[in-house]
Design a protein around this ligand. Structure first.
Ligand code: BTX
Length: 326
């Protein structure tokens, strides 16, 4: 794997030009047969590499896959994504993340081209078609109280919104606490799961699903799901966007840990599509209808109920009137 990465790096540095077999052997300190073997490995992954008996090897194009070698040029993080697992196909990156989390380093990410049973909240499913989205999970091990985990969903949500602004130049909104909305449809969902003791988090898995270049949704999702491609009519570089999401995630995660929720609260409020609207919330205690006033300094949603009581909600399934079929 290390050798393959080094070989790829050399070819990338000379993209569009031949690099002699001799030079590759010397720089990598391996035999010609070894080089040839790894070139074939790269070709199988979708790299287009020309071979010439005298001139050597030339990389002409890279595949549109989110492997580490393709995303790392856009990463400027210190720990998120340093340990990076990529799968072509998987049931759910959150499932995999939870399996390995206890022994995985803080900041490990698991990313897949396709999920066969992508999960949403409350047992719902998340459509994750091949090669068109970013389906990934981040393992974090913060020194926080379990009830603060909801803030990490909010940290992730603003990170995705900022990344989309940076790379795609469109402004998305956040439906509290975990959906990213573009032109009244869902373009990204976030699923945070955790393992904790009474007063201590063991680990948190933040699952992020972004519909990037998806050009087709099944009939039942057409009214509520969209992709960046469908809204902007241009194909988005998934590698850049993945890098930017992780860079922003590390930035806001560190800021949150160091300065508390107050630091990110103004961004959550600015980007909220929920505040100032009539809403309906399904909570464990039942259904609440009311007006969403603000997000308080713990990250809870403050609601004036139709019974004229002011309450704050830590978690729940929110419908916003005028949005997504409500
Ligand atoms: P959610 O429960 O808020 O949303 C799920 C609902 O959204 C579904 O019931 C369906 O109506 C709709 N939906 C399903 N697929 C899509 C889609 N691709 N785009 C828009 N709407 C859709 C949101 O849950 C949390 C989703 C997290 C997904 C990530 S992907 C990586 C990680 N692994 C995993 O299994 N889940 C997370």
């Amino acid at each position: 794997k290390m050798l393959r990465s080094k070989l790829l790096k050399l070819l990338k540095e000379n993209k569009g030009e031949y690099v002699s077999g001799q030079k590759l052997c010397e720089q990598l300190n391996v035999s010609r047969t070894a080089v040839w073997k790894h070139i074939n490995g790269l070709k199988n992954e979708g790299y287009q590499i020309k071979a010439h008996h005298k001139m050597g090897y030339m990389l002409s194009s890279e595949p549109d896959v989110l492997i580490y070698e393709e995303v790392s040029p856009y990463l400027s993080t210190n720990f998120i994504g340093k340990y990076y697992i990529h799968k072509s196909i998987i049931d759910s990156t959150n499932n995999f993340a939870k399996e390995i989390a206890s022994n995985a380093p803080d900041g490990t990410i698991i990313i897949a081209e396709e999920q066969t049973s992508g999960r949403g909240r409350l047992g719902r499913s998340w459509l994750s078609q091949k090669g068109c989205g970013i389906w990934m999970s981040v393992i974090l091990k913060p020194d926080l109280q379990p009830q603060q985990a909801i803030n990490l969903t909010q940290v992730a949500a603003i990170s995705v919104v900022k990344a989309i602004e940076e790379i795609v130049n469109v402004e998305c909104k956040i439906k509290w606490p975990n959906d990213i909305i573009l032109n009244n449809k869902k373009v990204c969902g976030i699923l945070t799961e955790m393992s904790s003791e009474i007063d201590k988090i063991n680990y948190v898995v933040i699952g992020i699903g972004v519909n990037v270049n998806c050009d087709n949704f099944p009939e039942e999702l057409k009214g509520k799901a969209t992709s960046l491609y469908l809204e902007t009519h241009s194909k988005i570089d998934r590698k850049k966007l993945t890098g930017s999401i992780l860079n922003n995630l590390e930035l806001y995660y560190n800021a949150y840990l160091q300065k508390g929720f107050d630091y990110i609260r103004p961004i959550c409020i600015e980007k909220s599509i929920t505040i100032g609207r009539q809403i309906k919330v399904i909570t464990n205690e039942g259904e609440i209808q009311g007006y969403a006033v603000t997000i308080d300094n713990t990250g809870s949603l403050v609601v004036d109920t139709k019974e004229a009581k002011r309450i704050s909600i830590m978690s729940g399934d929110v419908s916003v009137r005028g949005l997504l079929d409500y």
